[in-house]
Design a protein around this ligand. Structure first.
Ligand code: ADP
Ligand code: ADP
Length: 225
C-alpha cells in the first residue's frame, strides 16, 4: 500500500534579496517496503524534496501524505546524509544508540540494539572506537547502523555513498540491500548516479533539471548484486 504520496509539490527558497525555485510539481507515490530511487542531476531539488519528507523544510506547496502504521511513538522518517552526521566526541556505540537515547530507550536495551546493527555492518569490534579512528566507508557504515537502529518506518538517504571510492561504494550498497531486505523498511534513496539508482532501486523516479519535477516513475526490473 502507499506509504508516501506527493502531489504537485514545489518549493521556492526566498530571502530578502532573492528567490530560488528549487522544486516544481513533484508527483510520486512510494509504496510500503520498497526501495525507491530518486534520480536527477545535481541541483535539481532532490535534497530539498527529501528534506520536505523529513520535516526539515516546512514551507512548501502541494501535498505530502505519509501514512504511518505506527502506534508506538517511534520515528516515522530518518535521514542519512553524505557527510555522515556522526558526533566526533562520542564512541561508535554511543553514536549508533543516540537516537534511541533521545527516544528514552533504556541503556541496556539501546546498547543491545546498537551492537546488533554494528555487527551486521561488520563493525562490532569498533564499538568503543571514536569516529576519527575510522575510514570514510566505516563512518558511513556507522551512519547506516544508526539509521536502522532508530527503527524508523521510512529511511531517507541523500547520496549516502557519494564521496566513497568505487569498491567501498559497492560493498556498502550490498550491505544496505541486505539490511533492507532483512528489515523491510521503506527506503527513499537520492542519487545523481544512474548506475547506482538502477543497482539499488525497485522503482525509479527521474527528476528533471532545476527546478526539478517528477511526472513519471519507472519500474526497474534488474537482478540485484
Ligand atoms: P540536489 O539535491 O538535487 O542537488 P538541492 O535540493 O540541494 O538539489 O537544491 C536545489 C536548488 O535549490 C539549488 O539551486 C540550490 O542552490 C537551491 N537551494 C538549496 N537549498 C537552499 C537554501 N537553503 N536556500 C536557498 N537556495 C537553496
Ligand atoms: P572503506 O570502506 O572506507 O574503503 P575499508 O573497509 O576498505 O574502508 O577499510 C579501510 C581500512 O579500515 C582498512 O585498513 C581496513 O583494514 C580497515 N577496516 C575496515 N573495516 C574493518 C573491519 N571490520 N575490521 C577491521 N579493519 C577494518
Amino acid at each position: 500500500s502507499p506509504c508516501i504520496r506527493a502531489r504537485g509539490v514545489g518549493k521556492t527558497y526566498s530571502s530578502r534579496s532573492s528567490e530560488v525555485e528549487a522544486l516544481t510539481d513533484v508527483d510520486l507515490t512510494v509504496y510500503d517496503q520498497e526501495f525507491f530511487c530518486l534520480l536527477g542531476p545535481s541541483g535539481c531539488g532532490k535534497s530539498t524534496f527529501l528534506r520536505i519528507l523529513s520535516g526539515l523544510v516546512s514551507e512548501y506547496s502541494g501535498e505530502i501524505e505519509i501514512s504511518s502504521a505506527r502506534a508506538d511513538g517511534g520515528s516515522v522518517t530518518n535521514m542519512v546524509f553524505q557527510e555522515y552526521g556522526i558526533f566526533p566526541w562520542k564512541t561508535v556505540l554511543n553514536n549508533v544508540a543516540f537516537g534511541l537515547k533521545m527516544d528514552g530507550v533504556r541503556k541496556q536495551r539501546r546498547h543491545e540494539r546498537a551492537r546488533s546493527y554494528l555487527e551486521k555492518v561488520g563493525l562490532a569490534e569498533f564499538a568503543d572506537a571514536y569516529p576519527h579512528q575510522l575510514s570514510g566507508g566505516m563512518k558511513q557504515r556507522v551512519a547506516i547502523a544508526r539509521a536502522f537502529t532508530n527503527d524508523p518506518e521510512v529511511l531517507l538517504m541523500d547520496e549516502p555513498f557519494g564521496v566513497l571510492d568505487a569498491q567501498t561504494k559497492r560493498n556498502l550498497q550490498t550491505e544496505l540491500l541486505s539490511l533492507w531486505s532483512e528489515t523491510k523498511k521503506t527506503v527513499v534513496y537520492v542519487t545523481h548516479d544512474i548506475e547506482e539508482a538502477i543497482t539499488l532501486g525497485d522503482r525509479l523516479a527521474v527528476m528533471t533539471a532545476r527546478p526539478g519535477g517528477v511526472k513519471e516513475v519507472l519500474d526497474v526490473d534488474l537482478p540485484r548484486p
